[in-house]
Design a protein around this ligand. Structure first.
Ligand SMILES: *Cc1c(COP(=O)(O)O)cnc(C)c1O
Length: 365
């Protein structure tokens, strides 16, 4: 029985029914659990960049003299540098503490309690997480058997539920497939606010940024976490319609992107000569990993435009495979949701990581 002065009764009731985000274990915890040294762990569970960040980032962070001063709330230098990289005016750009934070702001800006938000499942967990914590209602529209967005079904739901917002990751996480431009344009025509999450743009090479200026209902999200190897520093950015960009200060905390993250992002943009070859190496390795996985008869890998590959495990338990790999110091992501029963998602590592993974999988069999 909860007494009248139990502080739990003060929590917003709808939050007690929401699911916490299922995050991946940090390196130290993996090391402690498995007895494998931190530097020996092969971490293929978070879509992180195995080559790490640009050396310029380490250098700049070690010599920066003003950590005791608040960061620029307007992110002037970073937005200016992004203007060159993205190719849109800095007025339409704003950075967040990871693109996760931007997802949260978007919900805060648009969603009133009970407002409908469309989520094309299976997809990234932050969309329902932020929608529900923000009081919105998630309407799931399942993707088809190839994980393509079911455009006619989404259009119907937009009308029937008077949905305000749709989140769409392309390439999608965890399935790896991209949504064709014509499908996105068809959804934009309905007038719904469409949040296109291009977290894996650098690995797919395809973007809708050139069309963004023509659509007042298109927000594009990007991140430095994957391609630039800055997942631990938390910095992402959004490309917003001008009419929306000027309202973002209503939901943005003043110093949201810390100074280390701003410096790291700036230095990354100055060091594309270092980063681009690592992106190309990851793309090449993705194709090799796919071929090797497809050779294992109890695995069905799905083609991917990102830096990870989703695999169906056939005729054995993905949970056991996940545990076996983990005991050997290889961490991959395990899924067991209705649309992803018995699935593993494997991030693309360096060539030697692929070799160790394939060797471990062969031993399991
Ligand atoms: C990893 C990922 C992000 C999160 O990016 P952060 O900038 O690290 O918050 C956003 N969207 C998708 C689809 C992702 O897979």
């Amino acid at each position: 029985m909860k007494s009248n002065n139990d502080p739990e009764r003060l929590i917003r009731p709808h939050l007690l029914n929401t699911k916490p985000y299922a995050y991946v274990s940090p390196l130290e915890a993996l090391s402690e659990d498995t007895g494998v040294a931190t530097e020996e762990i092969i971490k293929l569970d978070g879509n992180e960049n195995p080559y790490g960040c640009s050396p310029r980032v380490r250098e700049a962070l070690s010599t920066y003299p003003y950590y005791h001063i608040y960061p620029d709330s307007e992110q002037r230098q970073l937005r200016k540098a992004l203007e060159g990289y993205v190719g849109v005016s800095s007025r339409r750009l704003l950075a967040g503490s990871g693109s996760d934070e931007l997802i949260d702001w978007i919900v805060r800006l648009f969603i009133e309690p009970g407002d409908r938000v469309i989520n094309c499942t299976p997809t990234f967990g932050m969309y329902p997480f932020s929608t529900e914590t923000g009081g919105g209602r998630v309407i799931e529209v399942p993707r088809d058997e190839d994980f393509a967005v079911d455009v006619p079904a989404v259009k119907k739901v937009i009308v029937k539920e008077r949905a305000k917002l749709i989140f769409l990751a392309s390439p999608n996480n965890p399935t790896g497939n991209a949504t064709p431009e014509r499908d996105i344009l068809a959804l934009l025509e309905t007038g719904i606010m469409l949040v296109l999450d291009e977290a894996y743009y650098e690995f797919s090479g395809h973007t809708l940024v050139p069309l963004a200026g023509d659509h007042d209902n298109l927000i594009i999200l990007r991140t430095f976490s994957k391609w630039a190897g800055l997942a631990g520093l938390r910095v992402g950015y959004g490309i917003f319609p001008e009419k929306i960009a000027r309202h973002l200060t209503r939901v943005k905390p003043p110093y949201n992107v810390n100074i280390a993250a701003q410096i790291a992002a700036l230095e990354s943009l100055k060091d594309l000569d270092y980063l681009q070859p690592t992106i190309r190496a990851i793309i090449a390795e993705r194709e090799r990993l796919f071929t090797r996985l497809a050779e294992i008869e109890w695995l069905k890998p799905y083609p991917s435009k990102a830096n990870f590959i989703l695999c169906h495990v056939i005729g054995r338990q993905a949970r056991d495979v996940h545990q076996e790999l983990r005991r050997k110091g290889i961490s991959v992501r395990y899924f067991d949701t209705p649309r992803l029963t018995n699935c593993l998602r494997i991030s693309v590592g360096k060539p030697e990581h692929t070799d160790a993974l394939i060797a471990a999988l062969s031993q399991i069999c």
